[in-house]
Design a protein around this ligand. Structure first.
Ligand code: HEC
Ligand code: HEC
Length: 310
């Protein structure tokens, strides 16, 4: 027979072209239907995220890591962080208990109180929003997550009132003279006498309080004091600011309690077995007794102010 296409060939052509087209069309139609989020409001979650988390996190491709990692793919990578935890569970844990696990790309510093002002349903919307970054989450699972209400009177205050701000500033400048030693930024020039206070408050409030009222307990390694025995018999102690082959610089307090830099030639230091006698001491240059000289209200105000510096 002289037909160009047999019926079978035509049927085969029809199946091999029309079927994929039909499947493609159905997929397109399906994709344009928004997913059923089971009442979880992703738009509201996104807005809450930018208000409560946006000072530290981006959730968009191409943006840099901020204080915290970029979360644009967390719906996907979140499921790989911890065994037996889905991405949504991991995200929820990160919000409620940030110290439970340190993100591989991150540095510590996610505050423990981010959930203190959020209602459980607001947290759920944030979890939904983040779980949908880089993945199609199971909204039924998110709907079923148990989220405690942390908005209690016991929640640590995160906002500084204007009056408290003024009180804190008086302590920093006058009553505690904190800024005699501490800068409020984190520039290297500001960190000669003492660590800059910028970012210190990203951790928890208790650690900041401990540093203020009990400075000798946990001394910052870079600011250990050194005690030097001079050949003259005099003993000098202070922060070891720098040291080279023939001299060292100590930051010490003078008789009026002012900070001064003291250069000492290594040749003037008593030697033992050919080595200059320089002892590391276990005290901090940071004065003791702020728990007595400052009121409870002043200490709280200063801690709150420090915690805003980031
Ligand atoms: C003051 C800064 C800061 C704020 C505000 C903050 N975070 Fe974080 N966050 C961090 C840092 C730093 C890390 C990395 C260290 C860690 O894992 O604890 C982190 C880690 C995370 C992680 C884990 C990331 C990963 O790759 O595993 C999630 C999820 C997260 N944050 C969610 C949130 C959400 C949601 C909010 C708001 C409700 C929020 N964060 C507010 C600083 C912050
Ligand atoms: C005479 C200098 C001096 C004064 C005044 C001073 N500090 Fe300090 N402070 C230090 C030094 C040095 C350190 C680091 C050694 C240490 O950890 O004790 C430090 C540590 C700290 C830390 C911990 C920082 C960190 O990175 O862990 C905090 C918080 C702090 N000071 C707050 C204050 C406040 C608030 C005041 C005022 C009420 C104050 N300091 C007054 C010298 C001082």
């Amino acid at each position: 027979m002289n037909r160009v296409f047999s019926v079978q060939t035509l049927r085969r052509i029809a199946i091999s072209t029309l079927l994929p087209l039909a499947t493609f069309g159905t997929t397109l139609a399906f994709m344009s239907v928004p997913p059923n989020t089971r009442g979880i409001d992703l738009d509201s979650g996104g807005e809450l995220f930018s208000v409560h988390c946006g000072s530290c996190h981006f959730a968009k491709v191409g943006f840099p890591a901020h204080h915290g990692p970029n979360l644009h793919d967390i719906g996907n990578t979140g499921a790989l962080r911890r065994p037996n935890q889905s991405a949504a569970e991991y995200i929820l844990e990160s919000i409620l208990d940030p110290a439970a696990y340190l993100a591989p790309s991150g540095r510590p510093g996610m505050p423990a109180n981010v959930a203190a002002e959020l209602a459980p349903e607001e947290i759920r919307n944030i979890v939904g929003y983040l779980a949908s970054r880089g993945a199609f989450p199971d909204y039924d699972e998110i709907l079923g997550l148990e989220i405690p209400d942390r908005r209690s009177a016991a929640a640590e205050p995160t906002l500084v009132r204007h009056a408290d701000m003024e009180l804190a500033e008086r302590v920093l400048r006058e009553k505690g003279a904190c800024i005699q030693c501490h800068s409020l930024d984190n520039s290297p020039e500001g960190a000669v006498f003492a660590p800059g206070l910028f970012g210190v408050g990203l951790g928890n409030a208790k650690a900041v309080r401990d540093s203020i009222i009990d400075p000798h307990r946990d001394i910052h390694p870079r600011y250990k004091m050194a005690t030097v025995l001079l050949a003259s018999g005099q003993i000098v102690s202070g922060n070891l600011v720098s040291r080279d082959d023939d001299r060292l610089t100590l930051c010490t307090k003078d008789s009026q309690n002012r900070l001064t830099m003291k250069e000492i030639s290594l040749a003037d230091i008593e030697h033992n077995n050919g080595q200059p006698v320089i002892k590391e001491s276990q005290v901090s240059l940071m004065p003791e007794g702020f728990d007595k000289s400052l009121t409870e209200q002043e200490i709280d105000a200063v801690i709150n102010l420090i915690r805003q510096l980031n």
